[in-house]
Design a protein around this ligand. Structure first.
Ligand SMILES: *[C@@H]1O[C@H](CO)[C@@H](O)[C@H](O)[C@H]1NC(C)=O
Ligand SMILES: *[C@@H]1O[C@H](CO)[C@@H](O)[C@H](O)[C@H]1NC(C)=O
Ligand SMILES: *[C@@H]1O[C@H](CO)[C@@H](O)[C@H](O)[C@H]1NC(C)=O
Ligand SMILES: *[C@@H]1O[C@H](CO)[C@@H](O)[C@H](O)[C@H]1NC(C)=O
Ligand SMILES: *[C@@H]1O[C@H](CO)[C@@H](O)[C@H](O)[C@H]1NC(C)=O
Ligand SMILES: *[C@@H]1O[C@H](CO)[C@@H](O)[C@H](O)[C@H]1NC(C)=O
Ligand SMILES: *[C@@H]1O[C@H](CO)[C@@H](O)[C@H](O)[C@H]1NC(C)=O
Ligand SMILES: *[C@@H]1O[C@H](CO)[C@@H](O)[C@H](O)[C@H]1NC(C)=O
Ligand SMILES: *[C@@H]1O[C@H](CO)[C@@H](O)[C@H](O)[C@H]1NC(C)=O
Ligand SMILES: *[C@@H]1O[C@H](CO)[C@@H](O)[C@H](O)[C@H]1NC(C)=O
Length: 334
């Protein structure tokens, strides 16, 4: 219900009709892409979710970001490196599965900083849920958050990735950005791996947008641009995106409406079957195999159950089903 009111704020009353499609009000049309839901605060993570690698080990506590002098000149860096390079070298770089971050260097103090947004419990946990004994609904450890720490590890970004200056901003702009990062971090709480689109055509409808490390960097560039930053030209800025292709998605419901006592048992069991073979705490190789397997399944059954905004959607999958791209999204400019 909240979603319909949210997507159609001008309508005080939204009528829900279950006809295989969810129709909002009389206007009928859904808003695509479905807006990523913002929360008023970040909840505590469930104790069931245990990180194998500590989130943000060298970050400042509680979202602290140091204040810059207003007259300082801060250099902004695009940072990109293969995902999990620390464990797998540039293996994922060959698939162009890259992690994005952003760097800042104060001219007055010479200190530099890294800001990045990533999964609290790694990619596997954000892509596949857990099936817990005694619990019918799949359980997700899918929070993601911002991490801000002092230092830029030049070697890490440069050797198989990118470290490139993209702009200079004032200390005053940096301080406004810092406030925005904290708000963004408290309201955007979960990670979404997939971009779901109608087809390969660049102008096809985007049904769902991902919410990952690169989106954080893109939001920051946009915010800096709004605050008056000017970006350099001719810095290539390509990003990894994981695509699913489907016809118009069908809203299925939230956890309680599907898996609760009044829920749709056959739908609940189909969703469980869809996710059952996957173990999020598996090794990385197993994770890649799971992604391939779910790909096979999506092709065989032309079905994908997407979890977005803590709700489930049915995706009528269509060729080419899945793709990974590494394409340019230019820096903001007038
Ligand atoms: C994924 O979540 C499970 C359940 O909490 C946890 O045991 C596992 O360590 C997590 N995986 C990673 C890589 O953090
Ligand atoms: C973002 O939220 C996480 C999780 O609560 C927290 O650890 C981190 O310090 C926050 N970061 C920023 C920059 O606000
Ligand atoms: C960031 O600071 C460290 C430590 O002083 C230095 O080694 C590194 O070269 C700096 N990187 C950038 C991009 O300023
Ligand atoms: C870059 O890739 C090479 C080849 O896989 C690897 O040996 C090296 O450790 C990587 N660099 C970093 C900083 O991990
Ligand atoms: C989308 O772009 C393709 C060519 O790339 C074109 O043939 C098609 O008509 C466009 N569709 C719409 C809805 O604009
Ligand atoms: C789940 O959906 C039902 C039926 O649409 C609704 O009444 C309920 O408030 C929703 N629960 C949550 C937690 O959003
Ligand atoms: C339960 O879900 C299935 C699959 O989405 C659907 O075909 C069926 O109509 C639903 N049943 C009810 C009673 O809503
Ligand atoms: C394919 O879909 C059917 C019905 O929706 C389901 O019973 C079956 O388990 C699915 N197969 C796989 C491999 O997911
Ligand atoms: C993936 O997308 C790229 C770029 O749009 C395209 O060249 C490639 O053919 C696509 N791959 C598949 C399997 O569709
Ligand atoms: C970056 O993206 C552009 C177009 O989106 C593409 O032509 C170019 O090959 C990509 N660069 C790399 C290194 O893949």
């Amino acid at each position: 219900m909240g979603r319909c009111v949210q997507t159609m704020p001008q309508r005080a009353v939204a009528v829900l009709l279950w006809t295989g499609l969810l129709v909002c009000g009389t206007a009928g049309e859904r808003q695509w892409p479905v807006p990523y839901r913002r929360f008023d605060h970040r909840p505590m993570t469930d104790p069931y979710c245990q990180a194998q690698y500590t989130f943000c080990p060298t970050g400042y506590a509680d979202g602290f970001i140091p204040l810059m002098k207003n007259e300082d000149v801060i250099e902004v860096f695009r940072l990109q490196a293969p995902v999990w390079e620390f464990k797998y070298g540039d293996l994922l770089g060959h698939f162009k599965i890259m992690h994005d971050a952003i760097g800042f260097r104060s001219t007055l103090t010479g200190k530099n900083y890294t800001a990045e947004w990533y999964e609290l419990f790694q990619l596997g946990n954000c892509t596949f849920p857990h099936l817990r004994p005694g619990m019918s609904q799949p359980f997700w450890c899918n929070q993601g958050a911002a991490c801000f720490f002092e230092g830029i590890d030049d070697q890490h970004w440069k050797s198989n990735g990118t470290l490139a200056s993209v702009a200079t901003i004032s200390g005053s702009i940096f301080n406004q950005l810092a406030k925005w990062i904290r708000e963004d971090n408290n309201t955007g709480i979960y990670y979404e791996t997939w971009t779901v689109q109608g087809s390969l055509e660049p102008n096809s409808t985007v049904w769902f947008d991902s919410y990952d490390c690169s989106k954080f960097v893109l939001r920051i560039y946009e915010k800096l641009f709004q605050l008056g930053a000017t970006f350099k030209r001719n810095v290539p800025t390509n990003y990894t995106r994981l695509f699913l292709f489907s016809g118009e998605p069908v809203y299925l419901g939230n956890e309680s409406s599907i898996f609760g006592p009044q829920g749709n048992k056959s739908l609940a069991s189909d969703i469980q079957k869809f996710y059952f073979p996957y173990r999020p705490h598996q090794s990385f190789t197993q994770l890649l195999l799971s992604i391939l397997d779910i790909y096979g399944k999506a092709i065989l059954n032309k079905t994908f159950y997407l979890y977005y905004n803590f709700e489930y959607w049915y995706l009528p999958m269509k060729p080419p089903y899945v793709n990974i791209t590494y394409e340019e999204i230019p820096l903001p400019s007038r």
